[in-house]
Design a protein around this ligand. Structure first.
Ligand code: ADP
Ligand code: 5GP
Length: 217
C-alpha cells in the first residue's frame, strides 16, 4: 500500500479509538499526519494541557491551554478519561472531547504517553493501542537533534524518558518500528483497515445472533 493509495472515508465506518504512543522524537507526529491524510474521518483528540502554546504548533493538534489550577479542578471533578504529567506539564483527555469526536467523526486518534494509553484502555477496552518504536536510540537522538527546537538538557531528558517508555511496549496491541517512513505508514494503515473490518464482522455476527434469537422466540 502506498501513500498514493485512495483516501478512505465513510461516515458508516465503525468508530475506532486509536491510541498512538511513543518516546518523543520517534515519529508519532509525522506518522499521524500521514494517517490522517489517508483517513480524513479520523480526528485528533483535543487535550487539555498546562504547557504554554508554542510559537508554531506544527503537528496539526489542537489543545485547550489552561492554568494548572483549572486543570487540577477538572481532575477533582473527574472530567478526565485520562491524564498524566509529561515533561513537567499536565495533559489530559476529557470525556466530553471524546463524545464530541464520536458525534462528528469515524475515529479518534490519541497522542498520549504510556500512562494515558493505559487509562484510556481501562475506560474503553475496545481501543486499539499502537507503540511507535524508533529503530535505535542513536537514531532517536539524531531525530531529536534534527528538530533543532530543543536545548541540550531537554534532549537528554527526552532520551532518558525514552528508555522508561520503551520498557512498556509489551502493553500495546501493535508495535510499529518507524525505520523507513513509508513502511511504517503502510503498517499503520493496515492496522486501521484490519481493526475496522474486525469491528464490521463482529457487528454483523452480533446482528445475526440477535435475529436468530428473535426468530426462535
Ligand atoms: P514525535 O512526534 O514522535 O516527537 P516527530 O514526528 O516530530 O516525532 O519526528 C521527529 C523527527 O524525526 C522529525 O524531524 C521527523 O521529520 C523525523 N522523522 C520521523 N520519522 C522518520 C523516519 N522514518 N526516518 C527519518 N526521520 C524521521
Ligand atoms: P506536546 O506538548 O509536544 O504536544 O506533547 C508532549 C507529550 O505529551 C507527547 O509525548 C504526547 O504523547 C503527550 N500528550 C499529549 N497530549 C496528551 C494527553 O492528552 N494525555 C497524555 N497522557 N499525554 C499527552
Amino acid at each position: 500500500m502506498s501513500s498514493e493509495s485512495a483516501v478512505v472515508s465513510s461516515p458508516q465506518e465503525p468508530f475506532l479509538l486509536l491510541i498512538l504512543s511513543s518516546p518523543s522524537g520517534a515519529g508519532k507526529t509525522t506518522l499521524s499526519a500521514r494517517l490522517r491524510a489517508r483517513f480524513p474521518g479520523l480526528r485528533f483528540s483535543v487535550s487539555h494541557t498546562t504547557r504554554k502554546p508554542r510559537a508554531n504548533e506544527t503537528d496539526g493538534r489542537e489543545y485547550h491551554f489552561v492554568e494548572r489550577a483549572s486543570f487540577e479542578r477538572m481532575v477533582l471533578e473527574d472530567r478526565f478519561v485520562e491524564w498524566a504529567e509529561v515533561h513537567g506539564n499536565l495533559y489530559g483527555t476529557s470525556e466530553g472531547e471524546i463524545e464530541r469526536a464520536r458525534a462528528s467523526s469515524d475515529g479518534v486518534l490519541f497522542d498520549v504517553d504510556y500512562q494515558g494509553a493505559r487509562q484510556i484502555r481501562v475506560r474503553y477496552p475496545d481501543a486499539v493501542t499502537v507503540f511507535i518504536l524508533p529503530p535505535s536510540l542513536q537514531e532517536l537522538e539524531r531525530r531529536l537533534r534534527s528538530r533543532a527546537s530543543e536545548d541540550e538538557p531537554t534532549i537528554r531528558r527526552r532520551l532518558s524518558n525514552a528508555l522508561g517508555e520503551i520498557e512498556h511496549y509489551g502493553f500495546f496491541d501493535y508495535v510499529v518500528v518507524n525505520d523507513d517512513l513509508q513502511d511504517a505508514s503502510s503498517r499503520l494503515e493496515s492496522i486501521v483497515i484490519a481493526e475496522r473490518s474486525r469491528r464490521v464482522r463482529r457487528a454483523a455476527l452480533a446482528e445475526g445472533m440477535l435475529r436468530d434469537a428473535r426468530a426462535k422466540r
